[in-house]
Design a protein around this ligand. Structure first.
Ligand SMILES: [Cu+2]
Length: 223
């Protein structure tokens, strides 16, 4: 039956093999391929193609030009976000440490400085005031991580040995995803933190409460 179908060979072969509702057997498949292989004239030359230069130049030049337009039109925005000279003149609110597989936000304690004994640590939770520019230093304890808050479209790599300044301004109160956007190891998925945006009074109250708890060293739980 296989060789009796010179026209529409493949369809005929498969249809014939499937007539009983079962998948084509290996023998039927080999038979179909053989029909194709041996039906070609042996003396024909292979066809070579060199593409279409004009078309290739066109579909290279158009995306290239578009990328250049995008690059130059957004340079101001990029500079505003990333260049240190255009950062808002505010004190860093905290240090954000990334590590396998953890976010630690260190706020200054009563001495107003980060990196001292009275720092407040907030694991997996970055609390900030709404409607104000927030500046922080981003650091890594081990490998490359990436601080990513999709809601704010903010992403910055955290590099070991570097303290990288970052800033943003959240305009709406709420709780947003804070994730690591760099595949940093087997527990990468665990770096699921939160960015909590509070009103200024609520933020001050949260900070005061956190400082009180830190200074009490847990003694309030014993009462
Ligand atoms: Cu990470």
């Amino acid at each position: 039956m296989l060789v009796a179908l010179p026209a529409g060979r493949a369809a005929g072969c498969v249809a014939g093999a499937n007539s009983a509702g079962s998948p084509p057997s290996p023998l039927a498949t080999i038979g179909c391929l053989s029909v194709f292989a041996y039906s070609k004239k042996r003396d024909t030359k292979s066809q070579y193609t060199h593409g279409h230069h004009k078309l290739e130049m066109l579909w290279t030049a158009i995306p290239g030009a578009l990328l250049l337009v995008i690059t130059f039109t957004q340079m101001g925005t990029w500079a505003e976000i990333k260049f240190k000279g255009s950062f808002p003149q505010v004190e860093p609110i905290a240090e954000v440490w990334a590590s396998q597989f953890d976010w630690r936000v260190r706020y200054p304690g009563p001495d107003g400085r980060v990196g001292t004994m009275d720092d407040i640590e907030s694991p997996f939770e970055f609390v900030v005031p709404v409607g104000e520019p927030v500046r922080f230093q981003l650091r890594s304890r081990d490998v490359i991580h990436s601080f990513f808050v999709p809601y704010l479209r903010i992403k910055q790599d955290a590099m070991p040995g570097m303290s990288i300044p970052v800033w943003f301004q959240a305009e709406k109160e709420g709780s947003y995803d804070l994730v690591c956007a760099e595949l940093c190891g087997w527990g990468h998925y665990k770096m699921a933190g939160r960015l909590k945006v509070l009103s200024r009074p609520a933020y001050d109250a949260w900070l005061k409460q956190a400082r009180t708890e830190m200074l009490s060293n847990g003694s309030e739980d014993k009462s």
